[in-house]
Design a binder for this molecule. Structure first.
Ligand code: ADP
Ligand code: MG
Length: 396
């Protein structure tokens, strides 16, 4: 970890440009979930406590380089002020005279919020001229937007190359958790990968088999592996044309000493709908007119044993169609096992992915996990072993 934290840089009397992700969901002009706003509070408070002036840079939605009034960060200003409990001064542009005026108008302890960086076409092109105009506004750059770090944009990557820089508290927590899970983990390590399709998680599976001791494959993507092993999966979601790919992943795992765990028993139904009649059968016994929608209790028992032998767990993707009853028991049960082992101090557990976070919340397990990443695409790219430009620029 070559990056600095807020502890490593002096900021008294300095104007600190802080890249945040406050791309919150909104309905008819109101913020419906302020989680992302609430999460930047430690960084904002820390900078203010150290005597710095906070200037927030952020994107909002996808205006594609044009000024789109509905996508103005001005709509987020009140929710931001309420969450932070501070006065927010809004600048109607993220560069130039409007930005400078807002910064000048902000007093000690006020927070400056500048307009949507994506109103400028140069943002997504990582235009050095735009990054330069942003850099001219401040003395120091703090990146607290891990969830935007997989994109090399002017405010995430370009700007970091022009000013002294540090990771914000949220970025720091995310990087430390991910490093502990996959960078330099305490072994043995188990990865759980579930979800719908192998095709969307090929790079992820390919990277993990070379890095973890156990790989649990669940959800719809397990069906593709079962097909590759010559098993009948009936009308299940399965990518039959990916069988060769699945076999290549199994071979790579074997060569790397990674043990693959596939379902031993499965919950099958004739219809993919809530309350559908279901039965649990041996993995080789899926009826031709039925589909696999969850793993069964034997599988959960086997996973429990694996989790108990491991020190680190990293999880992306549910083990079944968890959104629909009665196809959530395996995901719920495995999540609870991981949560209990974590609470007992026996396991470091890190999870991420949109549906995964929803599933762990549904299971009541999220609070006990060591770290839950809400970063979406950035988390997945990191699990794929890719370099995130926003993080690399903090290191440079
Ligand atoms: P994440 O968003 O956490 O990365 P994914 O989007 O890859 O996870 O996968 C979640 C989706 O996979 C859910 O919508 C779930 O219903 C679906 N899924 C899991 N198991 C099955 C299955 N056996 N058949 C069909 N869909 C499944
Ligand atoms: Mg998803």
């Amino acid at each position: 970890m070559g990056w600095k934290t807020l502890d490593d840089v002096a900021m008294a009397g300095k104007t600190v440009l802080v890249r945040v992700d406050i791309n919150v969901p909104m309905e008819s002009g109101r913020v419906t979930d302020s989680t992302r706003i609430d999460k930047i509070k430690p960084t904002v408070e820390d900078i203010i406590a150290r005597g710095g002036k906070v200037v927030l840079l952020a994107h909002f939605d996808r205006p594609k380089g044009k000024v789109v009034p509905e996508m103005s960060l001005g709509h987020v200003k009140d929710a931001l002020a309420a969450s932070l409990g501070r006065k927010v001064v809004f600048g109607s542009d993220c560069i130039g005279a409007a930005a400078k005026a807002a910064i000048a108008a902000a007093g000690q302890g006020d927070v400056v919020l500048l307009e949507n960086t994506r109103f400028h076409g140069g943002e997504e092109k990582n235009d050095p001229a735009l990054a330069g105009e942003m850099a001219a506004l401040g003395d120091l750059f703090v990146n607290d937007a891990f969830s935007a770090a997989h994109r090399a944009h002017a405010s995430t990557e370009g700007l970091a190359r022009l000013l002294p820089k540090a990771a914000g508290r949220l970025m720091e927590a995310e990087l430390k958790a991910l490093e502990a899970a996959l960078g330099a983990p305490v072994r043995p390590v188990v990865a759980v990968v579930g979800g719908a399709k192998v095709s969307t998680k090929l790079d992820l599976l390919g990277n993990l088999v070379g890095r973890v001791d156990h790989l649990v494959i669940g959800g719809g993507m397990a069906n593709t592996f079962l097909v590759a092993q010559g098993r009948e999966v009936g009308t299940s979601l399965a990518e039959r044309d990916m069988a060769d790919t699945a076999r290549a992943i199994l071979a790579k795992a074997a060569a790397a000493g990674c043990t693959i765990h596939l379902p031993l028993d499965v919950v099958v139904a004739r219809a993919f709908k809530a309350g559908a009649a279901s039965e649990t059968v041996d993995v080789g016994a899926c009826p031709a007119d039925a589909m696999i929608l969850d793993a069964g209790p034997l599988t959960v028992a086997a996973l429990t044993k694996v989790f108990e032998t491991c020190k680190t767990l990293i999880w992306n993707g549910p083990l079944g169609a968890f959104e629909i009853e009665p196809f959530n028991p395996a995901t719920n049960a495995a999540a609870r096992v991981a949560a209990d082992l974590t609470r007992a101090g026996k396991l470091v557990s890190v999870a991420g992915g949109g549906d995964t976070v929803a599933a762990l919340n549904q299971a009541g397990a999220a609070a006990d996990f060591t770290f839950i990443s809400t970063a979406g695409g950035a988390f997945l790219e990191w699990m794929e072993g890719k370099t995130l430009p926003g993080v690399a620029a903090l290191n440079a």
